[in-house]
Design a protein around this ligand. Structure first.
Ligand code: ADP
Length: 358
């Protein structure tokens, strides 16, 4: 647990300490702490005289086990995502940058009527890059990225949801600027009145609303941006909508985006060789209409297994196989793969739930 952390396990190292925030982000933050053990200096975790971890004040008041959970399971340390890693979604990428990245880069410009929204809602079919966009925003503003699914708050952290939410926002505040990505936010902020809505989940929801109200991504004390994502925007209640005033539809990837995904997988210098002609690529693009980004990723992975499977069939093992022994990936590998990986989102689903509100 957190309490057991000692200098021997220095895992509490913020990915981007607040002092190292990107240029232009410094305004409004606490003065940079001097390096070295300085227990109680307000923001940074530090080590006490006996080498024990001293948590900054906002965390010291919380249940250490819960803070530990947030630190280990919600704080996302995976590789940064660049905008160019996200195929297509050009309109969304441009809007997100305008709405939330610019204001954080230069808060001065975005005051009053230009003030940035406190939160952003990304909606659309699953597997289209909503999480990627959240991560790209975080990377772009050198923010710490927290990612949690709201349904895990109600299921996995049963009964502790309220505490988790409080700890999440406290830790995000300590490691600010932060982006808090809440997937399946509809499951938490639903307008459906669940029969006998649990007292615990009602309190968790209230805590979430209160915490969201305290966020101020542009400037000031709490540079936290909440990004909610949902496949069922119509289920969100009024309170959630008000706090996520900017709502962006993230559609299934268009043909050009699917082509980019294919080209990226096989671009020069990539590990996998192909013998796909331009016509083959176009055929794949055409036949993958309706595939999500994540469907595309799985399809490509499956197709790339084709040459390995073939070789295994003749040799009986793959131990002594060099990459150069494999034949290049061909159109027929995609034809095979498409039997295993079909599109996961149906047209009816797209029309019913995701059509942008005119
Ligand atoms: P969502 O949050 O919309 O459900 P994700 O962002 O988690 O979807 O996407 C899941 C995976 O699918 C990503 O990790 C990535 O591999 C792939 N993917 C989805 N959309 C795109 C995209 N636009 N460009 C590249 N890869 C994508």
């Amino acid at each position: 647990g957190f309490g057991a952390l000692g200098p021997g396990r220095p895992s509490f190292r913020p990915p981007q300490p607040p002092q190292q925030s990107a240029a232009g982000l410094g305004s409004g933050s606490a003065p940079a702490a001097a390096p070295g053990p300085q227990p109680g200096n307000g923001q940074q975790p530090a080590f006490g005289p006996e080498g024990q971890l001293v948590l900054p004040e906002p965390l010291a008041m919380l249940d250490p086990k819960i803070v530990d959970n947030v630190f280990n399971e919600v704080l996302d340390r995976s590789a940064a995502i660049r905008w160019e890693d996200i195929a297509g979604q050009e309109a969304a990428k441009a809007l997100v940058q305008e709405m939330v990245v610019w204001p954080i880069m230069n808060p001065q410009l975005f005051r009053g009527a230009r003030a940035p929204p406190k939160g952003l809602l990304l909606f659309g079919p699953p597997g289209t890059g909503k999480t990627l966009i959240g991560k790209a925003v975080a990377a772009n503003i050198s923010a710490t990225f927290f990612s949690i699914s709201a349904s895990s708050l109600t299921s996995k952290w049963i009964g502790e949801g309220e505490k988790m939410v409080r700890a999440l926002f406290a830790l995000a505040g300590v490691l600010q600027p932060s982006v808090i990505f809440i997937d399946e936010i509809d499951s938490l902020m639903t307008q459906r009145k669940a029969e006998g809505e649990h007292e615990a989940s009602r309190r968790m929801k209230t805590e979430m609303l209160v915490q969201m109200d305290g966020c101020d991504p542009g400037s000031g004390e709490r540079r936290l941006l909440v990004i909610g994502a949902t496949n069922r925007p119509e289920e969100l209640d009024e309170a959630a909508r008000r706090r996520l005033p900017k709502q962006l539809y993230i559609p299934l990837p268009c043909a050009a985006a699917r082509k980019v995904m294919l080209m990226n997988a096989f671009k020069r210098g990539s590990e996998v060789a192909t013998a796909l002609s331009d016509a083959d690529i176009d055929k794949i693009v055409e036949r993958t209409a309706g595939y999500s980004g994540s469907d595309m990723k799985n399809l490509i992975q499956e197709a790339c297994q084709g040459p390995v499977r073939d070789l295994f069939r003749t040799r009986g093992n793959v131990t002594d196989v060099a990459p150069s022994d494999l034949r290049p990936v061909q159109l027929r590998d995609f034809q095979m793969a498409s039997k295993a990986q079909k599109r996961s989102v149906s047209d009816t689903e797209v029309e019913r739930q995701y059509a942008p509100v005119a």
